[in-house]
Design a protein around this ligand. Structure first.
Ligand code: EPU
Length: 339
C-alpha cells in the first residue's frame, strides 16, 4: 500500500472542499487496514480518518494525520432460499452501483434507496434512508475491523442499534471500527413501498401500469434528480441536517402559530418535523453568500457553488440553526460529520 503526502481531498469529498491530507493511502484489503493502523506508530498524535464515498463529511480544515480511502470491492450472492437472497457487498462499492446490481438481478428491497450518494460501507453507519425505506429493513449482517484489536468482527442487526440516521458506529463505537463489508437480505418477490407521496405521483406521471422494482427505482431517481443537486455539478452532502424529533405537545403549540408546519408521528408522543420546511420558512431557501448556499429546491441541503471552504459552509449552517431556533424554538442537529 502506497502512502502519499500532501494530497488534496477535493476529489474525495462530495462537497468539493479543497482541504489537504498530510498523508493519504488507499486500502484494497482488510490486511491493508493493519498497515493503515500501524503507519508511524511511533507518532502518538497521528490520527487516521477513513473515508468512503466522502458524501457525508464537511472538511473544515486540513487533515494533519492519515486519510485512508476505502477501496474494498466485490459483490456476491452468498446464499438463498425460496424467498430470500443474501447478497454481500464490499464496503468500498458505490451504493447506487449496488442498487443497480440488485435491480438487474431482480433482487428486491433497495429500489427506494436508488441514487443515494456514497458507498456501501457508510450505509449501515448512519442507517441511510429515503422514501419510506431504511437500510435496517434489508440488513442481515456486517463485518468490521476492530481498530484497537486489529481483527475482524461480525455485527448482526441487534448489535448495530439502528435508529433514524443512527447506529452504534456513530455513538459508542465511533472511531473504533471500519466497516469492511455488508450482507443484505433481499427478497425474490418484491414488496413495493410506494406510500411516500411523491413516488405514486411520479409512477402515474411515468405511465407505469404494472409495478416493477426497476420502475420504482426510476421514479425515485426522477424525484431525486428534480430536487437534489448532483454532487458532480454542485458540491453537497445530501441533507445537511436531520429532521428533528420534538414532543407532540410542542408540535401542537407550533401548529397553532404555524398551521402549515410539516410533521410525521415518530413514536407515541413525538413528532418528526420536516427541517426543510423550518429552514425554508426562515427564509434561507436559495440563500447564497459567496460560494456557500442553501439549495433552492430543497432547503435541507447546503451547497458549495465552487470555492467555498468548509468554514463557510459550517458558518452558514450555524446561522441557519440559530435562526430556526429563534423562530420556532426547535434545535436542529447536523447530519453531516464535521471534521
Ligand atoms: N420541505 C419544505 N421545504 C424544503 C424541503 C422540504 O417545505 O425546502 C417539506 C416538503 O414539502 C415535505 C417535507 O418537507 O412536506 C419533506 O420533504 P422531502 O420529502 O424532500 O424529505 P426530507 O424530510 O426533507 C428526507 C431525507 C432525505 C430523503 C428524503 C426522502 C433526512 C435528513 N433527509 O428529507 O435524505 O431523500 O427524506 O425520503 O431524513 C439525505 O439523507 O441526504 C437525504 C437526502
Amino acid at each position: 500500500m502506497q502512502i502519499q503526502e500532501n494530497i488534496s481531498l477535493k476529489p474525495y469529498n462530495t462537497f468539493g472542499i479543497n482541504a489537504t491530507a498530510r498523508y493519504f493511502a488507499k486500502f484494497t484489503s482488510a490486511e491493508e487496514l493493519d498497515e493503515v493502523y500501524n503507519f508511524d506508530s511511533s507518532n502518538k498524535d497521528l490520527t487516521t480518518l477513513v473515508i468512503g464515498g466522502g458524501s457525508n463529511i464537511l472538511l473544515t480544515q486540513d487533515y494533519k494525520g492519515l486519510v485512508a480511502k476505502n477501496e474494498l470491492h466485490g459483490i456476491e450472492v452468498v446464499s438463498q432460499d425460496e424467498a430470500n437472497v443474501y447478497v454481500r457487498a464490499a464496503a468500498g462499492e458505490n451504493w447506487h452501483g449496488f442498487v443497480e446490481y440488485c435491480i438487474q438481478n431482480d433482487f428486491a428491497g433497495v429500489e427506494n434507496l436508488s441514487l443515494i450518494p456514497g458507498n456501501v460501507g457508510a450505509s449501515p453507519m448512519q442507517n441511510i434512508g429515503a422514501y419510506g425505506v431504511e437500510i435496517k429493513d434489508v440488513f442481515h449482517e456486517l463485518e468490521a475491523y476492530n481498530i484497537q484489536e486489529k481483527k475482524l468482527e461480525i455485527f448482526y442487526a441487534k448489535d448495530c442499534e439502528f435508529g433514524y440516521r443512527e447506529s452504534v458506529f456513530k455513538r459508542k463505537y465511533k472511531g473504533k471500527y471500519v466497516i469492511t463489508r455488508v450482507t443484505f437480505k433481499l427478497t425474490k418477490q418484491p414488496y413495493f413501498n410506494t406510500s411516500y407521496g411523491a413516488i405514486q405521483q411520479e409512477l402515474d406521471k411515468m405511465g407505469v401500469k404494472e409495478l416493477t422494482i426497476a420502475a420504482v427505482s426510476q421514479a425515485v431517481i426522477n424525484i431525486r434528480q428534480s430536487k437534489l443537486p448532483d454532487p458532480k455539478v454542485i458540491g453537497n452532502a445530501g441533507s445537511f441536517f436531520k429532521n428533528p424529533t420534538i414532543p407532540k405537545q410542542q408540535f401542537e403549540e407550533l401548529q397553532k402559530q404555524f398551521p402549515a408546519i410539516v410533521g410525521y408521528p415518530a413514536g407515541t408522543d413525538a413528532i418528526k418535523v420536516a427541517a426543510g420546511w423550518l429552514i425554508e420558512q426562515s427564509g434561507w431557501k436559495g440563500y447564497r453568500k459567496g460560494d456557500a448556499g442553501c439549495h433552492a429546491k430543497q432547503a435541507l441541503v447546503l451547497v458549495n457553488y465552487g470555492n467555498a471552504n468548509g468554514i463557510d459552509i459550517y458558518n452558514l449552517s450555524t446561522a441557519i440553526m440559530h435562526n430556526v431556533e429563534s423562530i420556532f424554538g426547535v434545535i436542529l442537529e447536523r447530519e453531516v460529520n464535521v471534521i
